[in-house]
Write a protein that binds this ligand. Structure first.
Ligand SMILES: Cc1ncc(COP(=O)(O)O)c(C=O)c1O
Length: 417
């Protein structure tokens, strides 16, 4: 791995190997992470990175586009087939960029957008005041019903009727439940708003058919090819044919310049792989693992926001354990279990402290972890929660965590050069 870099930049080479060791030896449970197949790394490290290209297949601003046109068309076709969409834009450099393309395509600065509250699980790019989306557009928010900790559809409807947003956004970074797309689509129709679903987190689950697809209900769907899709590091947009020209134009020249061809190649492979039986089996296991981990944590006295999960992640309320998200994240990191602190609905703590952690199972499932491993991991998380300040105990737990991680070899042989 990196044999040329080894000669020319030893310091950086060693840092990459240090990170490889961390990924191999740790229990990776950041909900947005996955381990990509070799093909993704090959493509993202390929000569495709050399080509500068703007525009769309058949309408380019640089010569030498013949092969690039074929690759972009392949990525578009595969995305359309995978999600049964009429149109796909595969140029967005990230999920956030994809959302900005949609705003640029459909609304004007100053228009109102209605999204899910950030502190209830929404995403920065859905109108947060600290994000450009909340500065350019007038953003208003809906949240969770405090009784069920699921989306408060009545509040959503009331806000939609009161503020008459131009776009209603569904989709989240930390929401463990299915979303009723049909119901939100009806609300959007009633107030003449576009309906955007940001399926960044769940795009892999949707592709595999283990999570309802928003495509039949939304005007536009955005996503990332990372996270549960486990592929290229980038974003994409799906829509009906009638919005195609506007979304293309908003992406280029609207919010982006030239394409990242190495990532586009990797996206084409991501969409192919996500249609295979093998990928479907992994996604099925992801959902099973998340449920098993959730039940095991509940049995140890943790509280799950909304009581459980329908997808790949859990939002864990740590107050019954007398802990903050910050304290548990740090203690888990010491034993090699990586999660992130996360606000829970109506969290009394500040965003850098929080009362919760978000735990995802995609990465470990892609490594090969099964139900029995989830039960072991839940046990370790509980031990850590009970011994956050006991350095000696944490060192002992770290050995057991490493043993679990090393059961699943990651990229075997990749560093033998
Ligand atoms: C719902 C949602 N949308 C968009 C994004 C942004 O994706 P990116 O980090 O690729 O910009 C995320 C990332 O976590 C997300 O959770």
């Amino acid at each position: 791995m990196l044999k040329h870099l080894k000669e020319s930049d030893r310091a950086l080479y060693e840092m990459v190997h240090e990170e490889l060791a961390r990924q191999r030896q740790g229990i990776e449970m950041i909900a947005s992470e996955s381990f990509v197949p070799y093909e993704i790394m090959e493509l993202q490290g390929s000569i495709l990175t050399n080509k500068t290209m703007e525009g769309f297949p058949g309408k380019r601003y640089h010569a030498g586009h013949q092969v690039i046109d074929k690759i972009e068309s392949l990525a578009i076709e595969r995305a359309k087939v995978l999600y049964q969409a009429e149109h796909a834009v595969v140029q967005p450099h990230s999920g956030s960029q994809a959302n900005f393309s949609v705003y640029a395509a459909l609304i004007q600065p100053g228009d109102t957008i209605l999204g899910m509250r950030l502190d209830h699980g929404g995403h920065l790019s859905h109108g947060s005041k600290v994000n450009l989306s909340g500065k350019i557009y007038n953003s208003v928010f809906y949240g969770l019903d405090p009784r069920t900790e699921t989306i408060d559809y009545e509040e959503l409807e009331a806000k939609a009727r009161e503020y008459r947003p131009k776009i209603i956004i569904a989709g989240a970074s930390a929401y463990p439940r299915f979303i009723d797309y049909e119901r939100i689509a009806a609300i959007a129709k009633a107030v003449e708003a576009y309906f955007l679903v940001d399926m960044a987190h769940i795009a892999g689950l949707v592709a595999a058919g283990v999570h309802p697809s928003p495509v039949p209900y939304a005007d536009v769907v955005t996503g990332t090819t990372t996270k549960t899709l486990g592929g290229a590091r980038g974003g994409f947009i799906l829509s009906r044919a009638d919005l195609a020209a506007r979304l293309d134009k908003a992406t280029f020249p609207g919010v982006q310049g030239s394409m990242h061809m190495h990532v586009m190649g990797a996206k084409a492979f991501t969409f192919l792989r996500a249609g295979t039986d093998e990928f479907k089996a992994i996604m099925t296991q992801v959902v099973t693992n998340a449920r098993v981990l959730g039940e095991a944590l509940k049995a140890k006295g943790f509280r799950l926001v909304s009581g459980g999960t329908d997808n790949h992640l859990l939002l864990v309320d740590l107050r019954p354990k007398g802990l903050t998200g910050q304290a548990l994240e740090k203690a888990l990191e010491q034993v090699g279990i990586t999660v992130n602190k996360n606000m829970i609905p109506n969290d009394p703590e500040k965003p850098m402290v929080t009362s919760g952690v978000r735990i995802g199972v995609t990465a470990m499932t892609m490594k090969g972890a099964r139900e029995e491993d989830m039960i072991l991991i839940a046990g370790l998380i509980n031990e850590v929660a009970e011994k956050v300040s006991d350095t000696e105990a944490l060192q002992q737990i770290a050995l057991r965590a490493r043993e679990i991680a090393l059961k699943f070899p990651l990229y075997p042989g990749i560093d033998e050069d």
